[in-house]
Design a protein around this ligand. Structure first.
Ligand code: PMP
Length: 465
């Protein structure tokens, strides 16, 4: 294994810290602390179709519900890799023993980052990756001798996870309000771009947003600001939103002016979802992250894995300091990493299909809804598609949820997102199908969604007549 060194030196150094050491439906109520009371039991899945307990089939327009199961299910190669790794080396604690799948996965991913990312660590969920990114930012500035750099600026609305730090750095009032006493004001926010709703020209809007960030940093004191964090393509908070042209270069220029780190959250939009392996390669116009988080598609739904990848600026500082001060029991888990490596190899081969099927889906939806005033916007990036509605909430609160439920009854799994900060910013349906979805399957998803929207609007008309 000595032959593997070289580029892996950084990878290993970030891994290692030397400092310390059959759900039957009748049981559902007791098995699930969280339940909105409407989830039917899924018995099995094959390809991109779920079979429910009552025998119904549901086409999966949402990669298992949360943009995760990006290869569909029952992929025999992935299952074989999982079994082999479980038989050979299921576990080794990263502080005591390294493992080849962890190193190989880090090397595979960093090699595809155009030099932006040189080291990695693997955790278990997107939220943990976000917490870890925040901790890396903190350690970076401590090693730099600038402990006063405490503020991290993210965007409003945004979702970055459900741990306390994730809820704090994100901003969805309905999710974080409950935990306000535990959320410090070192998390600050600027506006999430929503170009169409702004009514501005792209150029003027981007200039306005860059000025907002610059003003925010100036107000906090540039010497006190540690990082800016954003999703390259917004996922759940406003329902799939690619950035306006020029946005990432403009925000990166502000970060550079004040010497602050740029963190990109690719938990939802990354790992092929946006049409390239990393989402920043699709939409950031040459801007690269100092720190990047990924999850969801990385494990394909087979394992729970997330990643934090860092660029040379951060890696050099932390490695020079001798250790990375963060560690978890299941960090770099061998089975997770082996499965993820198998998944990403398959993802890479499917990227042309992600791009083609994504374009097909957006084109078919735009055509179907072109004369429907209740549909405000149809947009997408890769196989990540948002359909935003313009239905006044006094007519139908949570219209997107109504559509999602109707889609389900009509045989399609989709996702409803609503409103970001205060519910005024629109309701949207998100589609994020598996990367191997076929042309005919995409057309069926579009047909079901269109039919469901029409049914819900007709129903609404009757209710309000
Ligand atoms: N960041 C983003 C952008 C997300 O979409 C999510 C999950 N939807 C998270 C972080 C948190 O990931 P997890 O639910 O795996 O903790």
């Amino acid at each position: 294994r000595l032959g593997r060194r070289g580029p892996l030196t950084h990878v290993r150094a970030l891994h290692a810290s030397t400092s310390t050491a059959t759900p039957a439906s009748s049981k559902q109520a007791t098995a699930q602390l969280y339940s909105s009371g409407r989830q039917p039991i899924a018995l099995s899945s094959a390809g991109i179709t779920f079979t429910l307990e009552d025998g119904r089939k549901v086409l999966d327009g949402m990669s298992g519900g949360a943009a995760v199961q990006c290869l569909g299910s029952t992929n025999p190669d992935v299952v074989a890799v999982m079994a082999k790794q479980a038989a050979q080396l299921p576990y080794a604690w990263h502080q005591s023993l390294g493992n080849a799948p962890g190193e190989d996965l880090a090397a595979w991913l960093t090699a595809r980052s155009d030099g932006a990312l040189v080291a990695a660590a693997f955790l278990n969920s997107g939220s943990e990756a976000i917490d870890t990114a925040i901790k890396i930012v903190r350690q970076y500035w401590l090693e730099e001798g600038q402990p006063q750099r405490e503020y991290i600026i993210a965007r409003n609305p945004s979702y970055h996870g459900n741990t306390l730090a994730g809820l704090g750095i994100g901003n969805v009032a309905s999710r974080r309000g409950l935990y306000a006493p535990y959320i410090p004001d070192t998390f600050q926010h600027v506006t999430t771009p929503q170009l169409k709703r702004s009514g501005e020209s792209e150029e003027a809007y981007v200039a306005q947003l860059a000025k907002e960030l610059d003003d925010k940093i100036t107000a906090l004191g540039p010497q006190n600001v540690a990082a800016f964090l954003a999703e390259p393509v917004v996922g759940s908070s406003v329902g799939v939103m690619p950035p306006p042209k020029g946005y990432f270069p403009a925000m990166a220029a502000v970060c550079k002016k004040h010497n602050i780190l740029f963190v990109m959250d690719e938990v939802m939009c990354g790992t092929g979802r946006s049409g390239t392996l990393f989402a920043y390669q699709s939409v950031c116009e040459g801007v690269q992250p100092d720190i990047l988080t990924m999850a969801k598609g990385l494990g394909g739904g087979y394992v729970t894995i997330s990643g934090v990848l860092v660029g040379p600026r951060v890696a050099d500082k932390i490695i020079a300091a001798g250790q990375w001060k963060s560690s978890q029991t299941y960090q770099n888990h061998p089975i997770n990493c082996a499965v993820a490596l198998s998944v990403v190899n398959k993802i890479e081969r499917l990227l042309p299909n992600v791009q083609a099927r994504g374009k097909q889906c957006v084109a078919e939806l735009q055509e179907a809804f072109k004369d429907e005033p209740a549909v405000y916007d149809v947009r997408g990036q890769g196989l990540f598609i948002g359909v935003e509605f313009d239905v006044p909430s006094d007519l139908s609160p949570r219209f997107a949820t109504r559509v999602k439920n109707r889609c389900f009854d009509n045989g399609l799994l989709s996702l409803a997102v609503s409103g970001g900060v205060d519910g005024t910013q629109g309701e949207a349906i998100v589609l994020a199908p598996a990367y191997n979805a076929k042309e005919a399957e995409i057309s069926t998803m579009v047909e079901i969604l269109v039919k469901s929207v029409k049914e819900c609007l007709a129903e609404l008309k009757k209710e309000t007549a």
